[in-house]
Ligand binder design. Structure first.
Ligand code: ADP
Length: 397
């Protein structure tokens, strides 16, 4: 089976895509369809040196994909005749049903749709993306790769919320965790870099992008993660608060007269760094801090405080830690966050070499001194490649 895979990540108003060889990781083309359903949409498509931009109304996902597939043709890549082996879809919530890459059939698609109750902001968009691709490329096998899958191994003590057990069971309320594809990918890459099997290593992974999560990985198996039943729990994120006293929600509904969608809007779009400082982008936050902005500084301090709280929790859970891994936009690019997250922990064997931390090189790098007992690594994530490999493996089996 050809190792060429088209990977799609469909959001509510956007679709990210990449066409790549899953063996060599060579990317033939990639692009982003944005502002679907709005007055004016945009597609940016890149294939080698060619960059095509489309500006115009994109009424729905299928229209956006159809236009993007034309742009593939315009750059000499006809998706129907290229010999693509599979289409891999990122699907956010697999619930208790899916914890392995899964070939998409009508039944599977229906089950993913049913899981929309657990992820109303994500799964419906994933379903629309899958339906559109199936219509446009009906002859290709389509594979769903779930963001929750890697955390399926969490023990009951980590995944159970202490609420009425009958209600929790009836409503499927438990910790599922997200960003699993990235946590798994970077922890495997870290093991490769350290020249040891993942089974022999305990790792703490910080995936710090717009969304952010940490995980505690014992011998290659995830035993805890910060995100919960939804991607709202845990670390402070660009626009989400992470951990919050659950009493705040009913309080706000009463005191500030917010309804369900008002609360959802507040917690998903207007909290986190944005809620505290007005900006959700970390680079902008850093610029504000440099101008002496007190709100931005507090946002940064809250962000780092939360990272350290989970670092402490996971150090205790694991007992011994071999590697601490930073990944995603902030994790890969902010030396300040890495240094502040791990400051003052020399007695625990955790140390950062300031020069290594500041030196930017592509690929995986160690930022701890050679003598430090705990390896601190920066590992670029590549969720598209991980999805492509999972999809190729499934259809080749
Ligand atoms: P996502 O995939 O969740 O949308 P990313 O992993 O691309 O997010 O991370 C986006 C975040 O990374 C943004 O907050 C952005 O400001 C931050 N980021 C990117 N580059 C840098 C940098 N050089 N320094 C600090 N933060 C950065």
């Amino acid at each position: 089976m050809s190792d060429l895979v088209l990977v799609l990540n469909s959001g509510s108003s956007s679709i990210k895509y990449q066409l790549l060889h899953s063996d060599s990781a060579e990317v033939l083309a990639s692009g982003l369809v944005e502002r679907i359903g709005e007055d004016s949409g945009r597609i940016v498509h890149e294939a080698g040196p060619a960059k095509l931009v489309y500006d115009g109304k994109i009424p729905d996902h299928k229209a956006g994909l159809a236009r993007a597939f034309e742009m593939f043709r315009e750059t000499g890549l006809d998706l129907k005749t290229l010999g693509i082996g599979a289409v891999g879809h990122r699907v956010v919530h697999g619930g208790e049903v899916f914890w392995k890459p899964t070939l998409i059939t009508d039944e599977v698609l229906h089950a993913i749709e049913k899981l929309s109750v657990l992820a109303p902001l994500h799964n419906p968009a994933n379903v629309v993306g899958i339906e559109s691709t199936r219509e446009l490329l009906p002859d290709l096998p389509q594979v769903a790769v779930f963001d929750t899958a890697f955390f399926h191994t969490m023990p009951d003590a980590a995944r159970t919320y202490a609420i009425d057990a009958k209600i929790a069971a009836a409503q499927d309320i438990r910790k599922y965790g997200f960003h699993g594809t990235s946590h798994q990918y970077v922890s495997e890459k870290a093991a490769e870099f350290l020249g040891k099997p993942a089974e022999d290593l305990n790792q703490i992974v910080f995936h710090l992008g717009n969304g952010a999560s940490a995980s505690s990985i014992q011998g290659g198996v995830a035993i805890d993660t910060t995100m919960g039943m939804t991607p709202l729990e845990g670390l402070v994120m660009g626009t989400r608060p992470g951990d919050l006293d659950p009493g705040i929600t009913p309080y706000l509904m009463r005191a500030a007269d917010l309804d369900v969608s008002g609360v959802e809007q507040l917690l998903n779009r207007n909290s986190g760094l944005k809620g505290l400082s007005g900006v959700n982008d970390f680079r902008e936050l850093q610029k504000l801090i440099d101008t002496g902005d007190a709100d931005a500084k507090l946002a940064y301090d809250v962000y780092v405080h939360r990272l350290r709280r989970y670092l402490g929790a996971y150090l205790v859970q694991l007992g011994t830690v071999d590697a601490i891994v930073f990944t995603a936009g902030v994790g890969e690019n902010s030396p300040a966050v890495r240094a502040d997250a791990l400051a003052g922990l020399q007695n625990l064997g955790i140390e950062i070499d300031p020069e290594r931390n500041e030196t930017r090189t592509p690929g995986i790098r160690r930022i701890s001194p050679d003598f430090a007992p705990v390896d601190v690594l920066v590992v670029p994530t590549n969720e598209e490649l991980a999805i492509a490999r999972a999809a190729h493996k499934l259809v080749s089996a």
